[in-house]
Design a protein around this ligand. Structure first.
Ligand code: G6P
Length: 610
């Protein structure tokens, strides 16, 4: 995820910025840059930027010492809009008068770009951030606060900004909405940063900006303002975390942090694509004719991304009435598949580098298929080679076991299915509107489920010593339990298998005995009775059953030993809600078994070999 550091004070700024950025390296980034004011009012600001590692920035600046000045801003970028290149790296400038670093996503940047072009601004990058630099310049009439207020009023989306104005040497400004920003003070100067680790080596005295608050750093003090430009008071606290705890935002593990980041990651993935109650996928670059000409979809992926495909099959077929086949990428590439004309290949991958998924994509391209990729890492191999790309906005994922990337991949599939359904006329307006509305509620509902974390922790205690766990579900719930079982086995080393509940009686039920653990997911209205019969079957054979079902389905308590309720949504969206308790369960089981949750044995985050 992008990182921000800003400093003004009495020391050499470039060194401090580089050190601060280094402390944010663990978050992942693909380019970096700094901008330091030379202290002379009106001197044009210049940015120094590199693609790749921070070391390149150190090499370019003689470890920072060749850059004169005591105030500046720095950034590590994780690409979202535009590939990782020097031009797209931050800081972004407007004519040398304003420099900006930005975390977050500006949803209306395309409109803003057009407006600014009409006002005579030219763009050097493909980023959403550059629009902010030009807007600030446009509104800057000598009063930085006023320029910031006017600018942020025009921004839709999330942002944490660090800003320099060339005619205000020694001053660094910051403002935020839905992306974190802190301010920190020390005897040697003052700081802004996106995250605590960036400043820990200089100070522990920090305050957290709230949404729509502005901060102005000067060497000898920090001031805060609201959107009316009125001064406000902020309370500073002393951070007690060590660096390791600070990197995880205070969570014990990256996996837990990333589980908790899901509402935000979902919001960031969904919100930019919703306008006036409609799904808008203009960046995908697919024409309506192209969408209508598809008569079959072939999906391929590995691991959890394959589970996303299993879910997408049900959703796409139900909403858009397009037949969908799903293959493991490692199977697809070798089975000489028969691909009829009009079949679109869809590859789902967080990293965009998984060897089998990439090979499957290349195979499809060789066959002349139109290839669409759902990818998290901008500019990755799969993203570059696919014809069309839908980027998820999960940000970098560090824990090996995927959580937030999986959730955002689901969100991408939902949006594609709804968009295809509208274009192909397979959904009436009322149902479409209901689904879009339900989609926008998912991030909040995931937040609600996370509030019930303690119960999952308690339940995990009951499962911690089990040898085998059986996950069962029907329809979309079957797709969800595939992911639930994988989560448990990969980080707890408990043997866990997922079964389509209807298949139990064809073999697996012979394994069920007194004390067997069964996790049953039951959210699909039309399949509820049948799923309950399966629960009764395993219960009668002595299994302990944990059921996940929707709010209000209290009858489940008659059949299951424990019941976890999840908020109601449209049937097709339950996988997004069901997965959260399953992730928490796996996490806490792993924790209680003393396993290295973030780095389970034998597994890699990105599998770039066969
Ligand atoms: C590895 C990871 C999984 C991931 C799979 C596919 O096995 O541990 O979490 O689902 O690779 O990775 P991708 O980057 O293609 O989504």
């Amino acid at each position: 995820m992008c990182g921000i550091v800003g400093y003004t004070g009495y020391a050499h700024a470039a060194n401090i910025l580089l050190d601060g950025l280094e402390r944010l390296e663990y978050r992942g980034y693909d380019s970096a840059g700094i901008c330091v004011s030379d202290g002379n009012a009106g001197h044009p600001l210049k940015a120094i930027r590199v693609k790749g590692r921070l070391q390149a920035l150190r090499d370019l600046t003689d470890n920072g010492s060749s850059v004169e000045g005591t105030s500046g801003i720095g950034h590590t970028r994780w690409a979202t809009h535009g590939e990782p290149t020097v031009e797209n790296a931050h800081p972004h400038l407007s004519g040398g008068r304003v420099a900006v670093v930005h975390n977050g996503i500006i949803e209306n940047y395309m409109e803003l770009r057009e407006t600014l072009k009409a006002r005579g601004y030219t763009f050097q990058s493909e980023t959403d951030t550059e629009t902010i630099a030009h807007l600030l310049d446009y509104y800057d009439k000598g009063d930085p606060l006023d320029a910031i207020v006017r600018t942020v009023m025009h921004l839709r989306g999330s942002f944490a900004l660090g800003i320099l104005f060339s005619d205000r040497p020694g001053e660094v400004y910051g403002v935020r909405r839905d992306s974190p920003l802190i301010a920190a003070s020390s005897e040697n100067g003052n700081f802004i940063a996106s995250d605590v680790p960036a400043i820990l080596q200089y100070t522990r005295n920090v305050t957290y900006l709230d949404n729509m608050e502005i901060v102005c750093l000067k060497p000898d003090g920090i001031s805060f303002y609201n959107m009316d430009g009125e001064p406000i008071e902020k309370t500073f606290t002393t951070v007690s975390w060590d660096v390791e705890a600070a990197e995880k935002g205070g969570y014990a593990h990256f996996m837990l942090k990333e589980i908790h980041e899901q509402p935000k990651a979902m919001e960031d993935t969904i919100r930019p694509h919703i306008r006036d109650g409609q799904i808008v996928l203009e960046e995908l670059g697919m024409t309506e004719d192209e969408i209508r000409s598809i008569n079959r979809i072939q999906m391929v992926a590995c691991g959890s991304a394959w589970h996303v495909c299993m879910t997408a099959k049900y959703v796409m077929e139900r909403l858009a009435k397009v037949p969908v086949d799903v293959d493991l990428a490692s199977e697809f590439r070798y089975r000489n598949p028969v691909l009829s004309p009009g079949t679109m290949l869809m590859v789902v991958s967080q990293s965009g580098e998984t060897a089998d998924s990439l090979a499957a994509l290349r195979y499809g391209k060789d066959q002349g298929m139109l290839c669409l990729a759902i990818v998290n890492v901008v500019g990755s191999s799969i993203a570059r080679e696919a014809d069309r790309v839908f980027y998820t906005s999960a940000g970098p994922e560090i824990a090996v076991a995927t959580t937030k990337a999986y959730s955002t991949q689901l969100a991408a599939c939902y949006m594609l299915a709804l968009h295809f359904a509208r274009v192909r006329g397979t959904m009436d307006e009322e149902a479409y509107a209901k689904h879009v509305e339900a989609l926008t509620r998912l991030p909040g509902q995931i937040g609600e489920i996370l509030q019930g974390e303690a119960r999952m922790q308690w339940l995990a205690g009951k499962y911690a010593n089990t040898r085998d766990a059986f996950f069962i579900g029907r329809g979309l719930d079957y797709a969800s339990v595939l992911e639930g079982a994988l989560k448990l086995k990969e980080i707890s080393y408990i043997h866990a298998e997922a079964y389509a509940a209807g298949e139990l009686k064809h073999g697996t039920i012979s394994l069920i005995e007194k004390g067997s653990m069964v996790l049953a997911v039951a959210t699909q209205k039309d399949l509820l009775e049948k799923e309950v019969s399966n629960i009764v079957e395993v219960h009668a054979r002595g299994a302990t059953v944990l059921a996940l079902t929707m709010d209000g389905n209290y009858a489940m308590e008659d059949e299951a030993d424990f019941t976890v309720y999840i908020p109601r949504t449209e049937d097709v969206f339950y996988p997004s809600l069901v997965v959260v308790p399953l992730q928490l369960l796996a996490y806490y089981v792993s924790l209680s078994r003393g396993i290295d949750v973030d780095k389970p044995r034998n597994l890699a985050k990105s599998v770039t070999v066969e």
